[in-house]
Design a protein around this ligand. Structure first.
Ligand SMILES: C[S@@+](CC[C@H](N)C(=O)[O-])C[C@H]1O[C@@H](n2cnc3c(N)ncnc32)[C@H](O)[C@@H]1O
Length: 266
């Protein structure tokens, strides 16, 4: 695999671990809706650094979790935080959700803030359906609908401007923000039943310019920054967006929308 392709999978996991309070608070909302026996085998699909995997393990006293992620760095940070505390109840797998090697193994799949980073949702849901036991469940939350529309418009203006356009000639947005109907259609095509999909606003206000620029750099625009050749350009690009966000009301706010998904395997 090319160096650029490997880099584009990677995250600054130490920074994500520090900055991901918004993702953790959305994830906790999803976890609070789960009704479990306590002994299930679950997949945390796109587990990141495992902050929510830890919450899930706490509510699953006799159960086990496979924490799966595409990023080696996310996985090693997750291992550091979870292995000692939860021992054999958690296993770590680096894999692509679009190509899962297992069949009919899991009682349930949980996923938070990950599916919009996966390009092919038909393959994603078909893989998730294959790894679930009959009647196994899926509960997920990801970006959807008009997620980050205001920021995306600003970013798209900036990357079309003369100083950046040459770096973004082959660029495509790295996310898939489905609307509920599109996601539900993909889930039904994959074989899921009892499908539910709904959007929820999740506006998020960051503390100040510094936190906003760190959040854009490490999380929201990490894939965009791979297209800029040097760190000075990264800093300038993020600074321009941070200056614009300072004039928003409230300042440093992000127009997040979450897509909540649930279904059962047939
Ligand atoms: C924003 S993080 C969310 C992490 C965690 N679930 C949370 O809520 O904090 C998105 C995660 O999805 C993972 N991811 C993206 N595409 C993936 C894929 N195709 N297969 C597996 N994981 C993927 C990323 O590596 C990243 O760790």
């Amino acid at each position: 695999m090319s160096k650029t392709k490997i880099e584009s999978r990677e995250w600054n996991s130490a920074q994500y671990h520090q900055l991901s309070n918004p993702q953790v608070s959305w994830g906790k909302k999803l976890l609070s809706r789960l009704q479990m026996r306590g002994d299930e085998l679950l997949l945390d699909a796109g587990c990141g650094t495992g902050r929510l995997t830890a919450e899930l393990l706490r509510s699953l006293p006799r159960g086990r979790i496979v924490a799966l992620d595409l990023s080696q760095k996310m996985m090693s940070t997750a291992r550091e935080h979870l292995a000692l505390q939860f021992g054999g109840r958690v296993r770590f797998v680096v894999a692509d959700l679009q190509a899962l090697p297992l069949k009919r193994a899991f009682d349930g799949v949980v996923s938070t803030a990950a599916f919009h980073w996966v390009p092919d949702h038909d393959r994603l849901f078909s893989n998730l359906h294959t790894i679930l036991r009959p009647s196994g469940w899926l509960h997920a939350q990801c970006g959807g609908g008009p997620n980050l529309l205001k920021l995306r418009q600003r970013v798209n203006m900036l990357i079309a401007s003369p100083q950046y356009a040459k770096f973004f000639a082959s660029f495509r947005e790295p996310w898939v923000f489905d609307d509920p109907e599109t996601a539900a259609g993909a889930m039904r095509r994959a074989g899921f039943v009892d499908v539910e999909a709904a959007l929820e606003p999740a506006p998020t206000i960051l503390d100040d310019a510094r936190q906003y620029s760190e959040f854009l750099t490490a999380i929201v625009l990490r894939a965009h920054l791979h297209h800029l050749p040097d760190p000075r350009l990264h800093a300038r690009f993020i600074a321009e967006l941070t200056e614009q966000a300072a004039f928003d009301s409230p300042p440093f706010s992000l127009d997040y929308w979450r897509l909540n998904l649930s279904a059962r395997a047939s």
